[in-house]
Design a protein around this ligand. Structure first.
Ligand code: GDP
Ligand code: MG
Length: 535
């Protein structure tokens, strides 16, 4: 039994009792559990559980009333969590944390910890996306930062926070992170024992500023969904690990390419420096610097320029490199200093017109179609009149904003960078597709089937020829597209121009947008350089 599973076993053992803090729910659905009357009684029940647990309740999902393990599909689990968060909001509480376990087949059971009060506002919470070759010390580095404990070099620290792939797949990783610590006026607030959920909750409670880590491109089989996570969610900074003994690998190169393609301000940590001589660290640092320069970034060595300079200069173009060891603690203070002081990345697009790419859709009884996603630019208010599309025929529909839900709270207004659910009048849920755009009624959008792009092949077994057909991930669009390289072919490591044609339907895209493409083992990144509205 893994230590993690103990959390589940304990909750099941404790059982659903009158006056207890544990509640079993097999599954929660928007249709049934958010209907009038039902919502209020479930919220009252949740409130009661939270009070019984002195401020925290435990909801076990995928479990029948009598404690039998049922297991529900990832989609059903995700919907249950959405419903639970609305119930929590209604009861003046919030989901603090959730963990899932797979049960036979692709069924899931999960434990959600619900705490009293509302969530921190996003401005006091920065989200760091981690990446790096497997075994290059990501989990250990995050484990050492959040616990303040040193690693034994044998995987001691990382076991605190081994991520389950379905947590990533669920797409909830921005608020349900795998590591979290904070800062108050006296410095870092860390978890003493991350196995105990209570410690995590107290960090969240005590800290004035929270830093949470989400795994981004670390799990190869999950790359597609994690790419979506990267492109579709608000991550503030990237943290890439490169082990001092191995140095940069092909995976390092790919992960760096993906982090930088999304314009994420990134920090490179050279890990495990305790294992090698100083001149080896210097060599690895030079190799990383070369990779960064090839990607048009300016490396900034903390060893040479100091932590303060690095923290002030970090940007989309300047990438600090810091030598670390989770065993000796070298470099960890520098990272603490960064995370204590780095600003929440500002969204410069707030003053532009409203735009949002639809990520997910669902339907709520009595409310109708809801489109969720991250607001890409501008601001939105309930009652706004918008366009939605393109529909498969390229046309846009008139819709109206009925209501807005943000971080599971109903709000009147929301602005760029926020993840929202928008209830829409004038369209059925089945008509809304991922990759469509919402924009002001006054806009005059021209969707395209074809565009020109500057592409870079990160990995490919041979060469990319005319008619190569990967899946393109651009904003929330995931669609097969044919590539026609200008010079007939592109080799791994090559940068070149290509015409890209969506296979099935037009989309609304614009110059300068970045995308990732992938097919089997091959992958690459690109930038839209011009649109061809007539193709
Ligand atoms: P991940 O796959 O990138 O998450 O890598 P892990 O965090 O699981 O680390 C892989 C192995 O390297 C584990 O056995 C760690 O104990 C070890 N390790 C990680 N960081 C350090 C370090 O700074 N020094 C030493 N000596 N070992 C480390
Ligand atoms: Mg790991």
């Amino acid at each position: 039994m893994s230590p993690d599973r103990a959390v589940l076993e304990r909750a099941i053992d404790e059982g659903e009792r009158e006056g207890g803090r544990v509640e079993f729910k097999e599954r929660l659905t928007k249709d049934l559990h958010l209907s009038e009357g039902r919502l209020e009684s479930l919220a009252a029940q949740l409130r009661h559980r939270v009070l019984s647990g002195d401020g925290t309740a435990t909801y076990v999902i995928g479990i029948t009333d009598d404690g039998g393990i049922a297991g529900i599909s990832p989609d059903a689990f995700s919907e249950s969590m959405d419903v639970l968060s609305i119930l929590a909001d209604e009861a003046d509480a919030h989901i603090e944390d959730a963990q899932t376990w797979g049960v036979d087949g692709d069924g899931l059971v999960g434990v959600a910890t619900i705490s009293e009060g509302s969530v921190m506002t996003d401005d006091e919470h920065i989200v760091v996306g981690t990446a790096g070759h497997v075994d290059h010390g990501k989990s250990t580095l995050v484990g050492s930062l959040v616990t303040g404990q040193r690693d034994d070099g044998q995987g001691g620290t990382r076991s605190y926070l081994d991520v389950k792939p379905h947590e990533i797949e669920r797409g909830l990783s921005a608020d349900l992170s795998y590591g979290v610590y904070g800062f108050d006026e006296d410095g870092p607030v860390r978890m003493d024992n991350p196995h105990r959920k209570g410690d995590r909750a107290s960090v969240v409670e005590e800290a004035d500023r929270l830093v949470s880590f989400v795994d981004t491109v670390g799990h190869e089989p999950w790359l597609r969904t994690t790419i979506r996570g990267l492109v579709g969610q608000k991550i503030d900074y990237g943290l890439l690990t490169v082990a001092a003994d191995d140095g940069p690998t092909q995976t390092t190169r790919e992960h760096l390419g993906i982090l930088l393609a999304t314009d994420l301000p990134t920090i490179v940590a050279i890990t495990k420096v305790d294992l090698v001589e100083d001149d080896r660290v210097a060599t690895v640092e030079r190799e990383v610097e070369r990779l960064l320069r090839e990607a048009d970034r300016t490396p900034l060595s903390v060893a040479r320029h100091g932590a303060e300079a690095a923290r002030e200069e970090i940007s989309e173009t300047v990438v600090p490199i810091v030598a670390t060891s989770a065993v000796t603690g070298q470099g960890l203070e520098t990272l603490d200093d960064f995370f204590e002081n780095l600003p929440k990345t500002e969204d410069p697009r707030r003053s532009e017109p409203f735009q949002m790419y639809v990520d997910r859709t669902y339907s709520v009884t009595g409310v109708g179609a809801v489109a969720s996603g991250t607001i890409r630019s501008g601001e939105l208010e309930a009652g706004d009149e918008l366009l939605l599309g393109p529909m498969p025929d390229g046309r846009f529909r008139d819709v109206e904003v009925r209501s807005i839900e943000m971080h599971y709270h109903r709000v009147d207004k929301a602005s760029a960078g926020r993840i929202v659910g928008i209830a829409l009048k004038g369209v059925d849920e089945e008509e809304i597709e991922r990759g469509m755009v919402l924009l002001p009624r006054t806009a005059d959008p021209s969707p395209v089937r074809e565009f020109e792009a500057e592409v870079m092949v990160l990995n490919h077994p041979t060469r990319i020829g005319s008619g190569y057909e990967p899946v393109v991930h651009l904003e929330t669009i995931s669609e097969a597209a044919a590539f026609y390289p200008e010079n007939e072919q592109l080799l791994p490591g090559d940068t070149g121009t290509a015409t890209v044609r969506f296979k099935f339907r037009p989309y609304l895209i614009e110059e300068g947008q970045r995308f990732v493409f992938r097919e089997g083992q091959s992958k690459g990144v690109g930038t839209v350089t011009s649109l061809d509205p007539d193709a």
